[in-house]
Design a protein around this ligand. Structure first.
Ligand SMILES: NC(=O)C1=CN([C@@H]2O[C@H](COP(=O)(O)OP(=O)(O)OC[C@H]3O[C@@H](n4cnc5c(N)ncnc54)[C@H](O)[C@@H]3O)[C@@H](O)[C@H]2O)C=CC1
Ligand SMILES: O=C(O)C1=N[C@H](C(=O)O)C[C@H](O)C1
Length: 252
């Protein structure tokens, strides 16, 4: 039985994971951490990670970027593997994640769904053919009106996957309103839409002359992320220090 610490347990994702783990025979949530503790929980919940003294095997995190520094310190101190799903981390925090991965196993993924992780691979083939043929690349993401970060971590991961394939020669453009000039060839435009309860929608557009190819992924429920996170948690238990991704879990 793999014992999880659910960091951000009372948020939208934390609550979804709590439900999904109830149907698991090989995993359980042994404790939670959340800044908001005014709701009943079926496991002990602490309002700060430093206060958690429950013995666990893996930490699953869906919280907020502000909480990630303390989380990394805790995982390193306790030698705990970490499934890091919070998005919107600063450059400094991303460096801290790399440093921490020298001490403990860290699986960092902006999107735990199978579909997006497959798309990260498919886009490399598309980019290899379409970018040299002059196709412009644009990404549009849509999320609910409670989301704090923009663009989404997934949009950035999709852009990075394409750019890696193109020798990192492309730069990202987030806002066209401040300059009056045509788009450059080697840019990836990234646009964010926020509204209602949209769970997550990502479109990658390759626009050529008289031809457009679009790849679209739509999450209709947070369960696709939650199921991926639980599988990732089971996978990471007992793993050696280092950086892992969802490709390692789903065999891509
Ligand atoms: N990698 C993936 O597949 C996905 C990643 N996310 C990311 O996960 C994060 C959380 O998403 P949601 O659950 O939708 O947000 P949410 O706002 O519903 O939940 C976040 C929870 O973290 C708690 N929190 C705040 N400060 C804390 C602290 N210092 N320590 C512990 N908990 C604290 C909040 O009280 C809240 O309950 C976001 O960054 C989001 O972008 C969301 C969905 C999928
Ligand atoms: O905040 C969300 O809701 C989501 N965040 C992730 C991101 O920023 O990419 C993943 C998913 O799209 C939902």
């Amino acid at each position: 039985m793999v014992k999880f610490l659910m960091h951000g347990c009372n948020g939208k994702m934390g609550r979804m994971i709590t439900e999904i783990v109830k149907g698991e025979e090989s995993a359980a949530i042994a404790a939670g951490v959340d800044a908001y503790t005014e709701v009943p929980n079926e496991y002990p919940v602490f309002d700060a990670i430093e206060k958690c003294d429950v013995d666990v095997d893996v930490v699953i995190d869906f919280s907020t970027a502000k909480a990630v520094d303390g989380l990394l310190d805790y995982c390193v101190a306790k030698k705990l593997p970490l499934v890091l799903c919070t998005t919107g981390l600063s450059e400094e925090q991303l460096k801290k994640v790399e440093e921490a991965s020298k001490e403990v196993a860290i699986l960092k993924s902006a999107n735990m769904s199978l579909g997006i992780n497959l798309l990260l691979k498919l886009l490399k083939d598309a980019a290899k053919v379409l970018a040299p043929a002059g196709y412009d690349i644009e990404i549009v993401e849509r999320h609910h009106n409670q989301k704090l970060d923009a663009p989404s971590g997934t949009a950035l991961a999709l852009a990075d996957s394409i750019n890696d394939e193109l020798d990192n020669e492309y730069h990202y453009v987030y806002d066209r309103s401040q300059v009056r000039q045509k788009r450059e060839k080697k840019e990836i435009g990234i646009s964010a839409v926020r509204g209602g309860t949209i769970v997550g929608n990502h479109e990658v557009i390759f626009a050529g002359t008289d031809e457009v190819i679009e790849f679209t992924h739509t999450a209709y429920s947070r369960s696709v992320f939650a199921k991926g996170a639980v599988e990732a948690g089971k996978f990471l238990a007992g793993k050696a220090a280092g950086m892992y991704d969802m490709g390692d879990v789903v065999g891509l």
